[in-house]
Unconditional design. Structure first.
Length: 667
């Protein structure tokens, strides 16, 4: 019988490492992803209490009626992050890895890799004397004549093989010929045959088990791999980049396209659109749209049922809404339609705070414990007004008589931030004016204000100026990220934690639409220290923190000189009474004329740019030119010109000793 053309791994030296490498390659990224979702993302909650102005602790101390269902849902979500199918897969996979590593690879390195220091178990810096001493000790211990008589035949064979390797290792370190072979070829016996084979025992490929291997190969390559790729592709094909079902996106796009402009879109109209989504219908096949609407209305009215199933459905439904509302806003931004974006934002706040999305008392109704009927039958509508009332008046306004609850209400209200814009202007870095067709951004300077603080402090103008350093010119928007991260929102009636933020919208007053190619710019980093200062420190202004938010213009400024009117709107995702809506204008001007002075100190026409060279790309002028879209000199060009300048200076230096006073003498 002809010998096989392949060399098989009969001794099991290779295949364990092959399997380990494949398993590790698959398991490591899955483990990291699972651990992040299960622990790191959740552990960020603990850092929330460290943020000055955070009210998560107060939120947790407020016992709402359906707190059990909310905690049950949160625990279920947390458990699903940890105990899921991924965890089962990881346990099985890592168990296989540990088993192979412990039982099948323990002698592989000795068999396949020759390292005399490893075999003798000595450091590579050992002297000849230490090598000989170690060899004598091992020889006395493992010499075939010294072996016990009660060992098995297989153990005896293994010990003899080990003794032979010890001898080879000793010679590789002491015998000159053997050492040269080891240093030159990596083995004491000289060059070894290089073989290539299959990392499987022969009986699995050519024996009676070969049909099983064929079936396994077919299942892995023909079934499992296509199934995984198919599931991935189907998910990619059926959902947008932000996780919205494509049928839902198509439905909302049609509604936006076919909408009657004369019909006002209210938050309740948007709610109906949300309830028509594929996500909601697939999650609640047992409920009609009207039943779903009733659950949302119960949430808005803070009504709670004794039926556990109803409360469970309500909590689950409410938890889906914010993500879907955000998806609708993303689609609406493409249409530049603020008439839908703003009510959708109000609906999002209403969902988080368990408050009706329309009305005049939302600022008060978003607080815990308050009686809606009492609140809506009195005149106080703003949070700031609460802090002007006496202890006797507060129960009549809030419908709460418990002093401890009133204290909690005021504490939470005092930590709901609002923004007071103290300066807003369009800026082109390095320019005193806004030139045509330049890359500008809107810079907002603001104060974070607590409702308990009255009026606004006087801020020195010098504190509002931003130094134009090289880092600023390279990235003027860097300040958006350097401020502290905002805490989680106070939302005790909602099922999970949401990070507080503002969405910035730049609107053209000409047509009351978002500027072209606009998007929602997130304000997610603000220092909330102002919420902790007292009235005296607030009025004094020295300890007041000034916040900064910059919104880049997605397109260059207009090429026609003139004044353009805009609005900037900052919509808070969590709190009523925290929105900002201010008018502003963009004045486009030509920059001042630059006059160039030549070497003879004579003025040349400013339009003549023949003697004006491009600035160096590493210089401050180069950074400014790059921001304006102008050309700059490359380093190689600069070097060449500097060499030419050096040659000119050398040439000029030849004539410096010549008397040039002859013309004066002639005169």
């Amino acid at each position: 019988m002809a010998s096989s053309e392949y060399i098989y791994d009969e001794d099991g030296e290779v295949w364990p490492f092959f399997v380990l490498s494949i398993l590790t390659f698959i398991l490591l990224p899955i483990t990291i992803s699972w651990a992040y979702r299960a622990f790191i993302a959740v552990d960020s909650l603990s850092s929330n209490a460290k943020i000055k102005g955070a009210i998560l602790e107060n939120s947790e101390s407020v016992e709402v009626n359906n707190v059990k269902e909310i905690k049950k849902y949160r625990n279920k979500q947390q458990s699903s992050r940890i105990f899921n199918k991924t965890l089962i897969f990881l346990i099985i996979g890592w168990s296989i890895v540990f088993y192979i590593n412990k039982n099948l690879t323990q002698y592989a390195d000795i068999k396949s890799i020759f390292d005399p220091y490893l075999i003798l178990d000595i450091p590579s810096s050992s002297t000849d004397r230490e090598v000989k001493s170690r060899y004598r000790k091992l020889s006395l211990k493992i010499h075939p004549d010294k072996l016990p008589k009660d060992i098995t035949e297989q153990e005896k064979i293994n010990m003899e093989a080990t003794f032979i390797r010890i001898n080879l290792a000793y010679k590789a370190l002491t015998d000159e010929v053997t050492r040269n072979n080891f240093l030159k070829y990596g083995h004491p016996d000289g060059p070894q045959d290089i073989t290539h084979g299959i990392a499987l025992p022969k009986f699995l490929v050519e024996g009676k088990y070969s049909p099983i291997m064929i079936v396994i190969y077919f299942l892995l390559i023909g079934v499992l791999l296509p199934a995984i790729v198919g599931l991935w592709w189907n998910n990619v094909k059926s959902h947008t980049k932000k996780g919205l079902h494509v049928d839902t996106a198509a439905l909302w796009t049609r509604k936006l396209t076919d909408r009657n402009p004369s019909k006002v879109v209210t938050p309740y109209v948007i709610l109906d659109w949300i309830l028509d989504s594929i996500e909601v219908k697939s999650a609640f096949p047992h409920l009609t749209k009207q039943q779903l609407r009733n659950l949302v209305d119960k949430h808005f009215n803070r009504e709670f049922s004794s039926d556990a199933q109803i409360e469970s459905d309500k909590v689950k439904l409410i938890s889906l809404l914010p993500k879907l509302i955000s998806g609708l806003i993303d689609i609406t931004i493409v249409f530049r339609n603020t008439e839908i974006i703003f009510p959708a934002s109000d609906l999002q706040k209403a969902v988080l705070q368990a408050v009706k999305p329309t009305g005049k008392y939302q600022e008060i109704l978003q607080l815990p414990y308050v009686d809606a009927k009492v609140v809506e039958n009195q005149d106080v509508k703003r949070l700031g007004k609460l802090f002007t009332l006496s202890k006797e008046e507060l129960p009549k306004v809030l419908g709460v008589n418990d002093p401890i609850k009133i204290e909690k209400i005021l504490d939470i209200a005092s930590h709901i931030p609002s923004l007071r814009v103290i300066e807003s202007e369009f800026v082109v870095p390095g320019e005193d004016v806004i030139p045509p067709k330049s890359q500008a951004h809107l810079a907002l300077k603001f104060l974070v204000k607590s409702p308990r603080l009255k009026s606004s402090p006087e801020i020195e103008e010098s504190r509002l100026k931003e130094e134009e350093t090289l880092d600023y010119l390279r990235n003027p928007l860097k300040s958006n990220e350097t401020q502290p991260e905002l805490p989680f929102s106070y939302a005790p009636y909602f099922s999970y934690y949401v990070r507080n933020n503002w969405s910035g919208y730049l609107i053209s007053q000409k047509d009351n639409k978002l500027v072209e190619d606009s998007t929602a710019y997130k304000l997610e980093n603000i220092d909330l220290s102002n919420l902790e200062i007292n009235q005296k420190e607030w009025i004094d202004g020295k300890e007041v923190i000034i916040g900064t938010f910059k919104i880049p213009l997605s397109t260059p400024t207009p090429e026609v000189i003139g004044t353009y009117n805009y609005r900037v709107v900052l919509k808070n995702n969590s709190y009523f009474g925290s929105d900002v809506d201010i008018p502003l204008y963009l004045e486009v001007k030509n920059p001042p004329m630059n006059i160039n002075i030549n070497k003879s100190n004579k003025e040349i026409d400013s339009d003549d740019e023949s003697d004006i060279s491009d600035p160096e790309e590493d210089s401050l002028a180069g950074a400014l030119a790059a921001l304006r879209g102008q050309s700059t000199k490359k380093i190689t060009e600069i070097t060449k010109e500097e060499e030419d300048d050096d040659e000119e200076s050398d040439t000029e230096s030849i004539f410096t000793d010549i008397n040039t006073d002859t013309e004066d003498e002639a005169e």
